[in-house]
Structures are given as C-alpha cells and as structure tokens.
Write a protein that binds this ligand. Structure first.
Ligand SMILES: [Zn+2]
Length: 622
C-alpha cells in the first residue's frame, strides 16, 4: 500500500516537471498506412547500455484486467545496434520477454516489428479494429520496453503515419502534423498506452462543451459518411452527459476528454476506458438507427465514468507498475460494478435512455441474475477474482458457470447501497455524495489514487453510518444464495414481475443482438437458427434433457422460428403439448416439455414503496 501511494506522488510530480525526469526517450515510429490490409509496421530506438538486455511486450492490458497483450500477432521482429544485427531469444517461461545482448560501444537498440491486426471480432482491443475506412490504434500493440522499468519511468516520443486523407482523434498531445504524419509530444509509456488513436477517411469531430474548460470532443470515424449523421438531439444528450458527470463527481481528472467512437460492422464491439479518452466501438448504424442507439446507450456513459472510477480511483490490485505485473481483480465489483451502475444512472440523467426504458433494462438484469444457477456454487467475488478467465468464457452453460457477473450484479448491489444511504439519511444524502467524496476534488490532470476494500467502506460510512462491511460480505462472499440481490429494486419502489409481453428493452436488444430469450418460461436462450446458446438448469427445457449447442428444428411439428416457439409456448398454456424436435450433432430427438405457464418476460412493477429508483434517475442539472 505504501509503495502505491509513493507512486501516485511520483506520477503527479512527473506531471509538473514533464520531460526532465526521464533519460533519453524511446522513439517509436508507426506506419499505419497499411492498416486497411491489417498490418502495421513500427520502428523503435530504445536507449540501452552494453550487456544483457531484456525487452518486454505489454502483457497485462489496463481496463482489460487480463494478460491479453496480442503477442501472437507480433511479427517481423528484428533487433540491431549500430547497423549490426543482434541475435534474440524469447524467454521460455515468460513468452512476452525477449533477451538480447547489446554490443560494446552501443548506446541504443533499433527494433523493427510488424503487428498483424486480426479481422476476427472476438476479444477486446486486440480484436478486429481496422477496416478499409478506419482504424483504432492501440500503442501497446506496437511497443517494446526495457523489462522491469515502471511504465511511468519510460518516456516515449511517438510518430504516426496514416493513410492519405485520413483524419484522426486522440487525447495524446500533438507536437506537429505534416501531411499524413503526426509527431506527438513525448509522454510516459503509461500515458502512451492510455491514449489510443482513432483515424479514418469518414471523420467528424463534435465539441460537446463549447467554450468550457476542459474541452470535450466526440471524435467519430465510421465506415461511411452517412453513419456520422448523429441527430442533433442525440448530440445535445451527449453534451448533457458531460454536465451531469460534472455535477455527479464535482471535479474532473483530465486535461481534455475525447470519446473515440468507431462505427463499423467489421470491428469488435466493446468499450475500453482511459484517463482522457475512451475507445468506443459500435455498429455502423449506432448513431443513426434509434434501436441501435438505445441498445448501446450506456456504452459512452460507462466508459466515461471510468475516467473517475477505474482510472483515477483504482483498486490497489489493478494499479500495477508496469505491463508485466499480474493484475488482481478482487475489487472489480467496484471498478466495473459501480461503473455499470453509474453508467445506467448517467444515461438516464442525460436523457439517452428514458426512465421507463431504464426500468425495463434494470428488470432484464435483475431477472437474469435472479435465475443464475451458478449462484449455488460460486460467490460473486469469485467472478471478479477469476475475471481474466471469465472474459473469455463461452456462452454455453453460462448460467451454471456464471460469467463476468460483477458488472451487472455489482450494479444491483450499488443500487441497493444507494437506496440504503437515502433511507439512512432521510433523503439528505445519496450515492452521489459518496462519488463526490471518493472520486471528486481535487481535479486536474490524470493521476492514480489506489484504494482498498476498507477505503470504500470508510468513505461510505462517512456519508451514512451502516454495517457496510457486513452488507458487502453477505452479497459478495457467500455461495448458495439461490436468488439475486434484488434489495435495491425493492427498496427502490419496484418488484421484478413476469408478464406475457416483451418489453421494448428486450425487443430492441433481441433485434440488435439476434439472441432470443425464453429464459423465464422454458429456460432457453437461442440464436435465430434455433441453436441453443444456454439453458437454465432448473427450468422445463433442461429438465426434459435439452442442453447448449443443440439446435431446435421444430416445435409441435412446425418449423422452428423464435415467433413459432413463442406462439406454441402461449398455446401450451391452455393445456396443449410442447414438443420440440432437437438436433444434437447428427442425431435428432423429440423432447416433451412439461410447461403450461405461458410466456414470461421480466418487467418492473411498482410495489407500493416510494419510487426511489425514479428519484435516482432524475437529472441533477437543468
Ligand atoms: Zn467497464
């Protein structure tokens, strides 16, 4: 703990005295002109002294909470010094480390490398991120640094060459541009890796807080010009998001902020947070199709919240000194869970999601976790500790395995915490007050202020005295709780109810994600072809013997479609049969489901208590 706090002070000091604290910088020249054919080239000059040298390729990627550095896609590695080729050897245990010997008389090593950018959309920043029209450049993919050096203590001067006529956005300070080349100001390796570049042929920059300091930009690159046409009222809501976040936290921890929004159907869809920007990747019609906009509405709020919760305030185990030290995810229910909660809240307060739709999305989350079969064996805290495994876990048997539940279940727990503070203080205080104390002043440039579990409960106790340790312990560390944490929904004035009509939230999500749920009736999630994504172990389909990976081909002798399945679930309510023919590899079997309760879709209904959830979702600003 001591070391972390010393580091924070060092980092702040470096900020004031910028360049002078470093020796000669690493120079990094990246050629991204071939990004459309999915290959980048880089040349580095790394200061070194004669003798053994080990260079390291970033392995543990901030925000991904896992050793996801794409080392398999590192190719064309060549080392030399003074024009003399150097022999290199990969470490046989730590495969991200490369050993070489710097010859006498040399003061630096020259490195050439290629990065092979995959077209495959599975994964995060190392997944598909370049198309014929745009590219998102993550510097960690193109850099080596002396092993063992803290990333705060390594300085890098980067230069980037882009395809002709492409524009770019980034939080990385620019020294100068010339033609299609950009020279960036020297920064620490920490800041470099924290500052991706979004570039593209179809590019638009929108100022979200005109005239205000710090400045906020929505930088958009898309696969087409049409996709840049965000409706003016949507842009107004993003502007309100900036104001609402300011009102929530009371201070900002960036010099300027860039939402780097890439819109394409050829890239991975996810968000990755940074101090002064976020890498936001979505469908090409994200801004122009209202259904897409709604389903992805929390993407920007979530990633933006991370500038405070995740980047500025970071769990001790995730505030690592370099890209080799393993990350510990035990507090991810704060890092991601609270961010998920505040992302919902800010999406509603800024008008990106209506209160009605917000309640519908909360209902979907609550119902999902309330039916998680894996609660029987796996405490929520274990999903956080095992995050680096669970991000990559398959969808089949997800209910039994549990996934990265610390996001959504974490959000429900923070909702409950919010209602407790409001009740304990007779409405005088709320979780907003916690955020101002924990994440707020003093503002300024990026810095990291690590925390522990005790720091969280202490800050909460400063707002409202309560047994917070016991509260979290009961929700985080116990297995065998067969129901989800719905205390916040109930104290918030609602209960999860099941009705026979799809909510707009579920309908929109299914339309965009092409993932259909009959989870709370017969216990199946399916894709459009009838392939079963997951079964809920205690429900009718699983009890009849159906499992993930099988494919429903017909329902009561009618060819499968999700509409046919839902219609037959309705018909079975009056006592009729529900017979599914299901393919399991090459064999077909008939399964008779004992189910007559009709369709069941989750919604929130008022429970007669004061509707605190509605108060929480109200904007703080005009
Ligand atoms: Zn997140």
């Amino acid at each position: 703990m001591q070391r972390r706090f010393i580091r924070t002070a060092t980092l702040a000091a470096l900020f004031l005295f910028a360049v002078s604290a470093f020796g000669a910088p690493i120079t990094l020249r990246v050629d991204a002109t071939e990004a459309p054919r999915k290959i980048y080239h880089a040349e580095l000059n790394i200061p070194a002294t004669p003798g053994p040298l080990t260079l390291f390729y970033p392995k543990w990627i901030p925000g991904e909470h896992a050793p996801t550095g794409p080392v398999t896609d590192l190719a064309g590695l060549r080392f030399s010094a003074g024009g003399q080729t150097l022999v290199w050897k990969r470490d046989s245990v730590e495969l991200f480390a490369f050993h070489l010997t710097v010859p006498q008389g040399a003061s630096s090593v020259d490195v050439k490398l290629d990065f092979l950018s995959t077209p495959d959309a599975g994964g995060f920043s190392s997944a598909a991120s370049a198309t014929s029209e745009l590219a998102i450049l993550s510097w960690n993919q193109l850099v080596l640094y002396p092993r063992g050096k803290a990333s705060d203590d390594v300085e890098v001067a980067a230069e980037l060459r882009l395809p002709q006529d492409w524009k770019f956005g980034t939080a990385l300070p620019v020294a100068r541009t010339s033609g299609n080349s950009v020279q960036f100001k020297p920064v620490s390796l920490t800041t470099l890796v924290d500052s991706p570049v979004l570039a593209g042929r179809h590019f638009r920059r929108i100022e979200l807080s005109p005239g205000a300091t710090p400045a906020h930009y929505l930088d958009i690159a898309a696969d087409s010009d049409e996709a840049l046409n965000a409706p003016p009222d949507l842009v107004e809501k993003y502007g309100k998001l900036i104001r609402e976040a300011g009102a929530l936290f009371g201070a900002r921890h960036y010099r300027e902020y860039h939402f780097l929004l890439a819109l394409s159907d050829q890239i991975a869809h996810f968000g990755l947070e940074h101090h002064e920007s976020s890498d936001d990747q979505a469908r090409e019609d994200y801004l122009t199709n209202p259904t897409s906009t709604i389903v992805g509405a929390t993407l920007l709020p979530h990633e933006y919240v991370h500038s405070w919760n995740g980047k500025y305030r970071r769990p001790e185990g995730l505030a690592t000194r370099d890209f080799e030290e393993p990350m510990k995810g035990d507090l991810l229910w704060v890092y991601e869970g609270l961010t998920e909660y505040l992302g919902w809240v800010l999406a509603a307060r800024s008008g990106l999601v209506s209160p009605q739709l917000s309640r519908e999305f909360i209902a979907l989350t609550a119902a999902n976790l309330d039916h998680r079969a894996g609660r029987e064996w796996r405490p929520l805290s274990d999903t956080a500790v095992a995050a680096q495994l669970l991000y990559e876990a398959r969808n089949d048997w997800e209910s039994l395995r549990r996934g990265v539940d610390f996001y959504e279940e974490g959000a429900l727990i923070w909702l409950e915490a919010d209602t407790i503070i409001r009740k304990q203080t007779q409405g005088q205080k709320s979780l907003d007050d916690f955020c101002r104390v924990f994440h707020g002043a003093p503002g300024g440039g990026p810095q990291v202020k690590p925390y522990t579990f005790e720091s969280v409960t202490e800050a909460l106790n400063g707002i409202a005295a309560y047994d917070w340790k016991g509260f979290f312990d009961a929700r985080l560390n116990r297995a065998g709780t067969d129901r989800g944490p719905l205390g916040g929904v109930e104290a918030g004035g609602y209960r999860v109810a099941y009705v026979d009509e799809l909510s707009e939230a579920q309908r929109s999500t299914e339309q965009v994600r092409q993932n259909f749920s009959a989870s709370y009736s017969i216990g199946l999630r399916l894709n459009p072809d009838g392939v079963i994504i997951d079964v809920l172990p205690e429900m009718a389909a699983a009890r009849a013997g159906i499992g993930p990976g099988m494919r429903v081909t017909s329902v009561n002798d009618r060819k499968y479609s999700i509409d046919v399945l839902r219609e037959e679930i309705r018909n079975a309510k009056s006592g009729g049969p529900l017979e599914l023919i299901v393919a399991n590899g090459k064999s077909f079997s008939t399964y008779k489901l004992d189910y007559h309760d009709g369709e069941r879709y989750a919604v929130l209904q008022p429970n007669g208590q004061p509707t605190l959830i509605d108060d929480i979702l109200k904007p703080l600003t005009k």
